[in-house]
Design a protein around this ligand. Structure first.
Ligand code: APR
Ligand code: PHB
Length: 389
């Protein structure tokens, strides 16, 4: 088999790239290790930057998003029993859209299937060959059959545990990482959200987040120990702890119910440089990870896809290699700004085990500065709604 762009990974990054390429008549094949249903079963954040929405418009897959997404023009920041609002619309003129990543992925799969896009599932032993040449190829096994696909380019959209990043030699690759000493225990419940916007809460007991998927489906998180397991927490214990961490105005009106999903996610900041090697390009979680606090995972994967799509479009339509030659530097310039915001917002709101009394005073002063200063709120809003591509 042969294609122009071989995409490894059928998550949001790979599917969005494949769909964008198809709009320009550039053919691609997507290799996905799992099944489509498995991919769609993942529960992920759902706050979309306008830049992501614009890409979905460009890809022709945004109809349901525009019909069903909830527009948020701000968010609440709570400290113990007090809270204030950061008004994104006022500071930036831009809202964010709340629409589950699962729905984004579903819309992309529907579009690829409708277009007859080539997707191969249950692929095993994917191996990238000759990435540093003009004739890369990929071998893999599916249904017990060994396969080979030759391509002009390989897009590594295979997430943090994929094969693409590992293909770049350690002598070429540099990795930067910060592991946070806590996790997020998250539940999904078929209950109405406690507030019409998100509430990021910093309390002496730890961080909490009140989010949603729609008016009848709520998503809540509490900071937890890395030694915790979801089964350690009954629903009742989760609700009781969440109520202790948010202002009384909201805990009094919180509608609780059975969890339909309960999981713990560790928090990590991670970046690999460079994001390309020869004709292999890394996109999304394959190249970088952010703590979920700033909801930047999917949105930063989107800007990677934008830069790579523009580079490949320039190659095939104008014979220009400028975009693909500068992909890594262009993508990383925005990746590091998203890493910084995610690190800043996480450090601002969470309790760290080694915090001194002075550290706590600094944290509280930073929150008070955000509460009272227009420039501070403007900076937060600019980062939250998404910096320009
Ligand atoms: N071969 C083929 N597919 C693979 C391989 C492999 N060796 N390894 C991983 N995959 C698949 C995974 O099964 C997954 O479906 O690649 C896909 C990667 O998808 P994501 O992990 O969702 O990463 P990405 O598409 O970059 O999306 C980033 O998703 O994980 C969230 O928080 C993240 O919101 C961010 C967004
Ligand atoms: C979520 O709804 O899952 C969510 C929202 C905002 C975040 C993180 C997660 O910052």
């Amino acid at each position: 088999m042969r294609t122009q762009v071989l995409v490894i990974g059928g998550g949001p990054s790979g599917l969005l790239l494949s769909q964008l390429l198809a709009t320009q008549g550039i053919d691609s094949i997507v290799l996905e290790r799992r099944t489509k249903d498995y991919v769609l079963g993942r529960i992920r954040a759902g706050v979309l930057e306008q830049g992501f929405v614009d890409l979905m418009d460009q890809a022709g897959v945004s109809a349901r998003l525009h019909a069903e997404a909830i527009e948020h023009s701000g968010t609440l920041i709570a400290v113990e029993d007090d809270y204030f609002r950061v008004d994104f619309q006022h500071h930036t003129g831009t809202p964010v859209l709340v629409y589950g990543q699962t729905e984004v992925t579903r819309d992309l799969y529907d579009a690829r299937e409708a277009a007859g896009g080539a997707m191969i599932f249950n692929t095993e032993n994917v191996t990238i060959h000759d990435a540093e040449t003009d004739t890369p190829y990929v071998t893999f096994t599916t249904d017990g059959q060994d396969q080979r696909i030759d391509a002009d380019f390989v897009a590594g959209c295979d997430g943090f545990h994929g094969v693409s990043r590992q293909t770049i030699p350690l002598s070429v690759r540099r990795e930067y990482e910060k592991i946070y000493p806590f996790g997020w225990l998250g539940i999904l419940s078929e209950t109405p959200p406690v507030h019409h916007e998100l509430i990021y809460a910093s309390s002496h007991r730890g961080f909490a987040l009140c989010s949603m998927r729609n008016e009848a489906l709520s998503r809540y998180y509490i900071q937890c120990s890395l030694s915790d397991h979801p089964e350690d927490w009954t629903d009742a214990a989760f609700w009781a702890e969440l109520k202790r961490r948010i202002p009384k105005e909201f805990s009094d009106r919180l509608v609780t119910g059975p969890s339909i999903e309960k999981s713990i996610a560790p928090l990590r900041s991670f970046v690999t440089e460079p994001m390309q090697w020869g004709r292999l390009f890394l996109c999304g979680d394959a190249a970088h990870i952010v703590p979920p606090t700033g909801a930047k995972g999917l949105n930063t994967a989107a800007s990677d896809v934008h830069y790579l799509f523009q580079g490949l479009k320039g190659y095939y339509q104008d014979g220009s290699e400028a975009g693909i030659d500068t992909y890594s530097q262009n993508a990383l310039a925005r990746v590091w700004k998203a890493e910084r915001f995610s690190w800043w917002f996480s450090t601002l709101l969470h309790r760290f085990p080694d915090q001194s009394e002075f550290d706590l005073k600094m944290q509280r002063a930073e929150i008070d500065f955000l509460r009272t200063n227009e420039a501070a709120q403007n900076a937060m809003a600019e980062n939250y709604v998404g910096l320009p591509y």
